[in-house]
Design a protein around this ligand. Structure first.
Ligand code: PEP
Ligand code: MG
Length: 583
């Protein structure tokens, strides 16, 4: 069979060559649940919201496939959309909810099984052929109804020493389950560089390509896959020539890595003497060690929601306390910024039963969840206060859009601190509280926020998403996800000015902080603290140490005047060129 090449987006660098293990979603296990007469209408509404969500996802897929592979290839999704919306079937589910007072998922699963059985036993080959489509649609709807808890089926040489995982949609849950010794690479049909699963794969150092449309159709279980997590190329059954080329690329990459490693223990100071602070973004406990090894001075973003990944229960206060203490102990002399739960958006761990929503990134996520569900938030605040008894830990609130949210969170923190003091529990009486600036709303009120909080950290992933109205996880829009867009650049300048005006520190912890050109821009705008995924620390430090600060300042000033992304990039590139080799 001839070699086939798929083009995706390189989201985690490195080259992988191994047999494919295909991971597909299995139908979730649906509990039988009745709701009583008063709950019926809410269940019908949940059903329709879940169907709308599944249809939205399928339409996105269809459009993307149509653009890249033509109308014929995308037809499968048209068919799936029609199946998902089948009024006859949905009418039957609705009827069952009303007559038997069943939960939406119980009724949907019941009717879905009925139809699947009928199709499987049908004399019509056409219906039998379409069973996979039907199952795919039903998984999506059930997945939405069950708050996204889903299980997957693995096929291929799962016991092989090394494998490449091929899947439709890489979830954070699946990513963290992967055995890093065994999994040499990941290919996902959906997703982009700022999808949370991509951030995790990068943090874990697993080469990964996302947005590889057609991967599941082209790659057979056990087929040999060669992927390049930098260029986004995926070769199926590569030739000897392809392999030789890949080996050469790998060698070049290793050499660059070795060169970069040389800076790990050097200070983060520009050639003209401006010092910077480089911190690590830590998603999983295992990353503490790599953050320290790659030279992080502290933790600028501890993504606490990943404590929930792969679990069925929320972690207790005690467990969080132990974890935060451990993080503090790993960086006894540096700052540690604990971000409170940032659930929702594209993070739906099974331990948190979230309602299905048509627009999760614009929905009930992050600080909104924490403030509405104090039984989730309060134990986390207590755990932080207790761990801060003898360490300088800081709290960071995500997705803030209004000062009321900050006030409400501060009030809860004070209540918990007083409660701990009354109970005689050893804990800090308070901790510095900062906010993430990752919504245009927060930028617009940055001066007001700066008067209420101890620090800012810019979440450029969400700030870019919400400013440019580009879903950060949508592969089809990946080229439009540009943190160097003037609309983002100007907001970065405003935020820094607001922080400076109030005398509080401002850092950047989104993925842009690990892009060499963006490092120039950010430092040039005055940001002196950057927090990045541990594997990016050496590269960022080498950029900081290579480019004179005066050059970065001049480039940033010019970029602020630029009218489009292309000009911003060109200005930064021109400034960087004499100094940067590792781009
Ligand atoms: C961001 O939005 O830039 C950020 C750092 O937070 P997260 O990627 O976890 O949403
Ligand atoms: Mg964010």
């Amino acid at each position: 069979m001839g070699v086939r090449t798929l083009r995706g987006i390189g989201v985690s660098p490195g080259v992988a060559l191994a047999p494919a293990v295909i991971v597909r979603w299995e139908l979730p296990n649906v509990p039988d649940r009745t709701v009583g007469p008063d709950g019926v209408e809410a269940e019908v509404a949940r059903l329709h919201a879940a169907v709308a969500r599944a249809v939205g996802a399928l339409e996105q897929l269809r459009d993307r496939v149509r653009d890249r592979a033509g109308a014929e290839a995308s037809g499968i999704f048209d068919a799936q959309v029609m199946l998902a919306q089948d009024p006859d079937f949905l009418g039957q589910v609705e009827h069952l909810i009303r007559t038997s007072q069943l939960s939406a998922e119980t009724a949907y699963e019941f009717k879905a099984l009925e139809v699947r059985n009928a199709w499987a036993n049908s004399q019509s080959p056409r219906l039998r052929d379409r069973l996979a489509d039907l199952a795919a649609v039903q998984v999506r709807v059930l997945f939405a109804l069950l708050g996204r808890s889903v299980r997957e089926v693995w096929s291929g040489p799962t016991d092989a020493e090394h494998v490449v995982i091929v899947t439709r949609e890489l979830s954070p849950g699946l990513t963290v389950q992967l055995d890093r010794e065994q999994v040499s690479g990941i290919v996902s049909e959906e997703g982009t560089r700022t999808s949370h699963a991509a951030i995790l794969a990068h943090s874990l150092g697993i080469p990964c390509v996302m947005g590889a449309v057609g991967a599941l159709a082209q790659i057979q279980p056990g087929g040999t896959v060669l992927l390049d997590g930098e260029t986004g190329a995926v070769l199926v059954d590569p030739t000897e020539g392809d392999l030789a080329e890949a080996r050469a690329r790998l060698t070049r990459r290793r050499r660059t890595e070795l060169e970069l490693q040389a800076v790990v223990h050097e200070p983060a100071v520009s050639p003209d003497g401006t010092p910077f602070t480089l911190l690590g973004n830590v998603d999983l406990p295992e990353e503490l060690e790599s953050a320290a090894r790659w030279g992080a001075e502290g933790v600028g973003l501890l993504r606490t929601e990943f404590l929930l990944t792969g679990r069925t229960h929320l972690p207790s206060e005690e467990e969080q306390f132990e974890y935060f203490r451990r993080v503090g102990a790993a960086f006894p002399h540096g700052q540690v910024v604990i971000r409170t739960y940032d659930l929702g958006g594209d993070k739906f761990p099974a331990a948190w039963q979230a309602p299905a929503e048509p627009n999760p990134f614009l929905g009930w996520r992050s600080i909104r969840v924490c403030l509405d569900e104090p039984q989730i938030f309060r134990p986390q605040l207590r755990a932080i206060l207790r761990a801060a008894a003898d360490r300088d830990l800081r709290v960071m609130l995500p997705l803030v859009t209004g000062v009321e949210e900050v006030e409400a969170a501060l009030a809860l923190l004070t209540e918990e601190a007083e409660g701990l003091a009354r109970a005689g529990v050893r804990a800090a009486s308070t901790v510095p509280v900062g906010v993430m600036i990752e919504t245009p709303a927060a930028v617009a009120i940055a001066e007001t926020l700066a008067r209420r909080v101890a620090f800012f950290s810019v979440g450029s992933n969400d700030l870019t998403q919400y400013t440019l109205v580009v879903d950060r996880g949508n592969a089809r829009l990946a080229s439009r996800f540009t943190p160097l867009h003037p609309a983002v650049v100007r907001q970065l300048a405003l935020v820094h000015a607001a922080a400076r005006g109030a005398g509080i520190p401002a850092s950047v912890c989104g993925e842009m902080a690990s892009e060499p050109l963006a490092v120039l821009l950010l430092t040039g705008l005055g940001y002196d603290t950057l927090s990045v995924a541990p594997p990016s620390l050496p590269l960022v430090k080498s950029v900081l140490r290579s480019v004179p600060h005066a050059v970065a300042r001049a480039a940033a000033a010019a970029a602020l005047e630029a009218e489009n992304t292309r000009d911003v990039v060109a200005l930064l590139e021109a400034a960087a060129k004499p100094y940067l080799r590792h781009r």
